[in-house]
Design a protein around this ligand. Structure first.
Ligand SMILES: [Ca+2]
Length: 231
């Protein structure tokens, strides 16, 4: 049995190593990809165990009867890639369902949906009361009529919209956003994590976090976060 478990563990480790690929080209380009389980929208919201309060069973009580349905598969993260390519940071996400098109209705009670990239000064352990400081938050939001990418600076409260040229829809379930080090105050080393949300208003007001990184998803992960550059 021990030998079988060891072999199985080896397969898992190799699988994780393959899943989290690091590609370094001749320049300073490097990307890492973090896999995320499918079918976990709203089911494993680690926000509910902040401070070790694992007794909390409801994903978000304040939503009450207006809780959005859990079949919005376009907020189910499948994989997230992050890195730097030719001097620009790249944030890419693949989701389980087709991203809503302009004019397509969102779930009842929902005004916006979207995705977030957190840039922080430390990793976050959901079972700890200690929270890192979010330095910047990239929000990619759909309000039914358009997709918009914002870069929120927590120090100043500024929320500049990134040029539309920074956003690429690679296919119906994959988007990519590029931004420069200048967009995040010249930061070259930080911790990062990603998630998705449905919101009554927008990402910074009444968001319902629908998916976050699986804990232990890939090598190098500390809590929910990864360090950039990778160790
Ligand atoms: Ca997922």
């Amino acid at each position: 049995m021990r030998r079988l478990l060891t072999a199985l563990f080896s397969v898992i480790v190799v699988g994780l190593m393959l899943a989290m690929t690091t590609q370094v080209s001749a320049g300073k380009s490097a990307m890492i990809t973090v896999p995320d389980r499918v079918g976990d929208v709203g089911k494993y919201n680690v926000f509910i165990i902040v401070g070790g309060n694992k007794a909390a069973a409801d994903v978000e009580n304040s939503w009450g009867d207006n809780a959005p349905p859990l079949d919005a598969t376009y907020v189910d993260m499948v994989s997230v890639s992050f890195g730097i390519v030719r001097g620009s940071y790249v944030f890419e996400m693949k989701v389980a369902g087709d991203l809503p098109k302009v004019g397509e209705p969102l779930p009842p009670g929902i005004r916006t949906m979207g995705f977030m990239l957190w840039i922080e000064d430390g990793p976050w352990d959901p079972a700890s009361d200690v929270l890192p400081h979010t330095l910047y938050e990239l929000i990619f939001e759909f309000d039914g009529s358009s997709y918009t990418a914002y870069m929120c600076c927590y120090a100043t409260g500024a929320m500049p919209v990134l040029p539309s040229s920074c956003v690429s829809m690679l296919d119906s379930r994959t988007f990519q956003i590029q931004f420069t080090p200048d967009d995040i105050g010249g930061l070259t080393a930080f911790w990062w994590s990603a998630g998705s949300y449905l919101a009554k208003e927008h990402a910074l007001a009444w968001p319902w976090i629908t998916d976050l990184f699986d804990l232990g998803a890939a090598p190098g992960q500390v809590g929910t976060d990864f360090h950039w550059p990778p160790p």
